[in-house]
Structure formats: structure tokens, C-alpha cells
Design a protein around this ligand. Sequence first.
Ligand SMILES: NC(=O)c1ccc[n+]([C@@H]2O[C@H](COP(=O)([O-])OP(=O)(O)OC[C@H]3O[C@@H](n4cnc5c(N)ncnc54)[C@H](O)[C@@H]3O)[C@@H](O)[C@H]2O)c1
Length: 299
Amino acid sequence: MKNITVIGSGTMGNGIAHTFAQNGFTVSLVDVNEAALQKALQTISGNLDRQINKGIIDDAAKASTLANIKTFTNVNDGAANADLVVEAATENRDIKLELFKQLSQVCRPETILASNTSSISITEIAAITAHPENVIGMHFMNPVPVMKLLEVIRGYATTNEVTNTVMELSRRLGKDPVEVNDYPGFVANRILMPMINEAIYTLYERVAGVSEIDTVMKLGMAHPMGPLQLADFIGLDVCLAILKVLQSGFGNPKYAPCPLLVNMVTAGHLGIKSGSGFYKYTAGSKELVVADKFTANAH
Ligand SMILES: NC(=O)c1ccc[n+]([C@@H]2O[C@H](COP(=O)([O-])OP(=O)(O)OC[C@H]3O[C@@H](n4cnc5c(N)ncnc54)[C@H](O)[C@@H]3O)[C@@H](O)[C@H]2O)c1
């Protein structure tokens, strides 16, 4: 296992490329958007500087990490040589199915094809390839270079050998992998998203305000951030999409997204990425300010 191809150079793709490159792997980073590739290289360089300032790595490690990354705008060029592909493109079922069909044609039969999807079925993605036994989920957490967990998801056809290879590889990246089976939301989002949804219902029913709900969960449950702040961090559109996958995948109304979440996404209030969600975000400010919508009549 030496040549790793990472498809998609957004939030997750740049972190995944960073982590493999820092651990001595050769990384081909692929994105259809050249500007996204340039932005990813800048982000990786900035994050490596942060690691230097914290004394985690030295200047030589930064240089060798960057030297291990090559960029491509064409999937065939970037993936032909891969021992492992980690797909971290946009969370869209059609995009992923098309990509895996293409990867199945361009890669060697024994290449392991992994997806970082948060919610799309690994079994369905695998079924479109010629070798579904070599397809697996590698669900990294954000920010990838920092977070220890890697949820490794076995599709219906994934072999023990492929699973063991990916578990071992994850440990070489300094991660603590956990093996789970492929059902909607896997483990992480199946448990996290209903909690976030319940926090939004608690606000919607005016049981308490934004900062009160988050404070209860931070101080009472020792969570590093409250569920509403975490929802803003993940992206409210992403939370809504995952809840819909849980609702349709299990056919159980308990996963139905709170109407307030649906309204906020429809209005374009998506959390940090749009500048406003449950909190307001102004560039460079570390202070959390509750969004105007929730300051009045909170109780
Ligand atoms: N953001 C998170 O916190 C998080 C956490 C875990 C998993 N994920 C999953 O990771 C994946 C990526 O999420 P993200 O937040 O990094 O998204 P993002 O929007 O930041 O980046 C996606 C990138 O994929 C590129 N892309 C789209 N179609 C492509 C194609 N056909 N070929 C190559 N590149 C293509 C886009 O240009 C974009 O740069 C999703 O499946 C998401 O569910 C996200």
C-alpha cells in the first residue's frame, strides 16, 4: 500500500490527503475544480504550519508532506496507479455512483475503493463496481488530521481481507478504527443526528434558548461543544440530508427532521459556511453570538 488517490479536495479531501502524505504515502489528490485543488494545497500548508507551531512536526516534515502530494483534475490520470482510492467528493448519490463506475474501469481489479460518505449506502456504491468485495467505507471525522476516530464500514460484499487491510492501514495513520456494518447512518450519525434533531426540537418547542441548550449538554454531559453549535459546524443542510437518509432507510418517523431545521435550510441559514445558523459567524471572531432569530422570546 503506497499510492493513495483522494477524490475531492474540499473540507474532508484536503484533510485526508494531508494525513496520508504526512505518514509517508504518495497521494494523488483529484478534484474536477482546479480552484478547489489550489485552495486545498493552501489549507494543507496552513494546517502544517499550525502543527509546527504546536511542536507536533518540524519544517522538514512539512516539506516532505507537501512533496508527497500531486494534484489532478482528471480522475483517470489520478487513479490509474492507485493501491487505494478514498472518495471524498460532494455528498450526492449520483456523483458517487458515476465516480465508482469510472474507478472500477480505470483501477486495477485488486485496488481497494473506499468512500468517505456520511450516509450513502456502501453496499449500493459497491454494487455498481466490478469488484464489490473490494469496496468499503472509510468515514473520517472533521478535522481529519486531529480526530482519532475512523469508522470503517463493511458493505454487504466486503471481504474480511479488505476490512483487515483497511483497519491496519488506519492504525498506520495514527487513527483508532472501529469496524461497523453498513446500515443507514452507520453508528456515528445514527446516534449523533437524532441528538442534534432533538436539540432543535427542544428549541422549536421553546423549552430553552440556543445557549441554554448547548450549555446543558456541554457542562452536564461533558461534550466539547453543544449540539446546536455542532450542527452549525457540520452544516444544517448536511444534518437534514442525513436525517432524511435515516428516515427513509429505516422507515421510522422517529427520524423525521424538525420543521425548524427544514425552514432554516430552505432559508439558506446553513451554519458556519453561510455565516448564520443557530449562531452568527463573523470572519475572525471567536465569540459565539446567538442568531437574531433566537434571541427574542427564547423562553
Ligand atoms: N464535512 C464533514 O464534516 C464530513 C464529515 C465526514 C464525512 N463527510 C463526507 O465527505 C464527503 C466530502 O464532504 P466535504 O464536506 O469535504 O465536501 P466539500 O463540498 O467541501 O468538497 C467536495 C469536493 O468534491 C469535488 N467534486 C465534486 N464532484 C467531483 C467529481 N466527480 N470528481 C472529483 N471531485 C469532485 C468538489 O469540487 C469539491 O471540491 C461527503 O461524502 C461527506 O458526506 C463530510
